[in-house]
Each structure stands twice: as C-alpha cells, then as structure tokens.
Design a protein around this ligand. Structure first.
Ligand code: HEC
Length: 154
C-alpha cells in the first residue's frame, strides 16, 4: 500500500519476515474504522487478482503482463487515490510499525519484480514472486489471524 508508505514513512524499521512471523499475532482489522477496513479489503482483493495474474504471466513467459501487474501492486494506485488526509491520520493511529514495515517491504518487492520482468530476468522474477507471496502469508499470519483462521495458533 503506497498510501501507508506515504503516511507513515518515518515509522518504519526493517523487519525480517521470519522475525515477524514468530512474533505474537496482532489482528489489525478490528482497530480500523469501517472506511479504512473497506479500503484495505479492496486493496487485498486487487493484490490477489494481480498475484494470480503474475503467476499466469510467469508460467506463460509473458513478461509484459508480469511487469504491468507487479507495477500495479507496487503503485497501489486505487487506494492511494481513495485516501483522504483524515484516513492517513486514522491509519497512523491504528497500525503497528511492524505492519507498516512489512507493507513497505511487500511493495518494494513488487517494484523489483516489475523491474526484473522488464529486463526479462526470469530466474529473478521467480525469486521475487516467491518473496512477494511469502510476505502475503507473513503479514496474514501476524496481522490477520482473525480473517485467516489457518494461521491462528493451534
Ligand atoms: C502488510 C500486511 C499484508 C500484506 C503484505 C498482505 N496482506 Fe492481505 N490482508 C492483510 C490484512 C490485515 C487483512 C485483513 C483485512 C480485513 O479483513 O479487514 C488481509 C486480507 C486479505 C484478503 C481477504 C480480503 C477479504 O475479502 O476480506 C485477501 C484475499 C488477501 N489479504 C490477499 C493478499 C495477497 C494475495 C497478498 C500478497 C500478494 C496480501 N494479501 C498481502 C494484510 C496484508
């Protein structure tokens, strides 16, 4: 979410996925206003669609689609446009720093994936796609165990 990047740039530290995944679950959705939660869910639905399309592009050798979709994830333009200054303040108050850091790393990886696809570096595309989807599950297992029950402690 680029919006988070802009809103909370200073808050971020760098968090390793492994560290974050082993930390305590801390669902963020209940802390969000209904409007912010709606924005987050629509962003998630669109990144899922993009991730599926990227997988298709990777296995089809369609670098142009990989580049276009990964760039879209990186830019997250829909949500960015929907954010008001008030939304940003609400987000700042609601989201833990680790969430913001993970989100930044997710978007940065998508940007690198777009670059690799433009350069037709296929092996790198696969590594970055793997890293990107590992970040989806790392974030869900830490911050969305209420939605994804499979990640809840057994
Ligand atoms: C930085 C954290 C973070 C990252 C990265 C992330 N998600 Fe999510 N995702 C969440 C949170 C938090 C929710 C719960 C939102 C809610 O229900 O309010 C969620 C919910 C979802 C949902 C459910 C939306 C719904 O209909 O309720 C889908 C699907 C989803 N994510 C897909 C993805 C995919 C695919 C990726 C990676 C390509 C990804 N997410 C990356 C935090 C993240």
């Amino acid at each position: 979410m680029l919006l988070l990047k802009r809103a909370l740039l200073t808050a971020a530290g760098s968090i390793l996925i492994s560290t974050a995944a082993s930390a305590a679950a801390q669902p963020v959705a209940p802390k969000l206003t209904p409007r912010l939660r709606g924005l987050l869910v629509s962003e998630m639905v669109s990144v899922r669609t993009a991730a599926h399309g990227i997988l298709d592009g990777l296995v089809n050798g369609d670098d142009a689609s990989v580049a276009m979709l990964a760039q879209r994830v990186h830019d997250s333009f829909i949500m960015e446009r929907s954010m008001t200054p008030r939304d940003r303040k609400d987000l700042e108050a609601a989201l833990p720093k680790e969430f913001v850091a993970m989100d930044q790393s997710f978007h940065a990886t998508a940007g690198q994936l777009a670059e690799a696809a433009r350069a037709h570096e296929r092996a790198r595309e696969h590594v970055l796609f793997d890293r990107m989807t590992a970040t989806c599950s790392a974030c869900h297992s830490r911050f969305a165990t209420d939605v994804f029950k499979g990640f809840a402690p057994k």
